[in-house]
Write a protein that binds this ligand. Structure first.
Ligand SMILES: [Zn+2]
Ligand SMILES: [Zn+2]
Length: 262
């Protein structure tokens, strides 16, 4: 499996030059495991549009906060009638993933609903406890702590395991659900929206330090920090990454364009 970092910014796209090294585009990752799979569809997904047409494209959404779906509005494959695109997510407040997306991407905010875009789009609602199989990938998910809830993923393939935990508030996870869910993962993408000591209760985010604690408790081999708070510029993130590097070689800060072999 190869993971490509397409977007790292949290909350909203940044136009600031001071953010260009760690990334200005919002959350999106591409997992190439033979299967074409995206995690979230922030503006970073616009970095990956030229994909061969013969296979379906799969997009797993953590939730529909605007920074995680903003790339869908103009993503070229969605306007290609020869494409098949499958979008997965969990029900939120009784609404299917299609209903949630159509509420944002559709009139009066956008001329047509996402479900009416030219590509053949199929929507799938995920449930906790039911493993989703896409080719050789076994995908599980659990709802986690974030305003209006988000969904964390664990993906297994050929004995390798990979976790996705953005927009997750570790400080309020009293049942330590994440620790159990990500046990023994080879890699977890973790929410680094806040700086250590500046985590805000109820905002639904975490810091790299909380990621390191999860790493130790759940025996996760490697952490990839992403979803940087809007105000965290390159200088701040570089200093944080240096501080982490002195503590451990198992924690990496994501940069837009980075590729990792799993
Ligand atoms: Zn977010
Ligand atoms: Zn969110």
């Amino acid at each position: 499996m190869k993971l490509k970092v397409l977007g790292t910014r949290g909350s909203f796209v940044s136009v600031k030059k001071e953010n260009e090294i760690y990334g200005r585009n919002t959350s999106s990752f591409y997992l190439d495991a033979g299967t074409r799979l995206f995690l979230d569809a922030g503006t970073g997904i616009l970095n990956c549009e030229d994909l061969p047409c013969e296979k379906a494209i799969h997009i797993l959404l953590s939730h529909v906060h605007i920074d995680h779906v903003l790339g869908l509005f103009e993503w070229k494959p969605l306007y290609d009638p020869d494409r098949e695109i499958r979008i997965y997510g969990h029900r939120r407040k009784g609404k299917t993933i299609m209903e949630q997306l159509d509420a944002i991407i559709g009139p009066p905010y956008w001329p047509i609903r996402l479900s009416q875009f030219p590509a053949k789009i199929r929507f799938y609602d995920l449930e906790e406890g039911k493993t989703l199989m896409i080719d050789d990938l076994a995908i599980d998910g659990i709802a986690s702590i974030h305003p209006d809830e988000t969904y964390m993923y664990r993906i297994e393939n050929n004995g390798r395991s990979f976790g996705y935990a953005l927009d997750y508030e570790a400080g309020r996870d009293e049942e330590r659900k994440a620790e159990r869910f990500f046990r023994n993962c080879d890699l977890v993408i973790f929410d680094g929206n806040d700086l250590p000591g500046q985590e805000k209760e109820g905002y639904g985010h975490s810091s790299w330090k909380q990621g390191m604690e999860l790493c130790a408790e759940a025996k996760v081999r490697k952490l990839l920090i992403s979803h940087y708070g809007y105000d965290l510029d390159d200088a701040v993130l570089k200093a944080e990454e240096t501080a982490v590097g002195e503590l451990s070689g198992t924690c990496v800060f994501a940069k837009e364009g980075m590729e990792i072999s799993l």
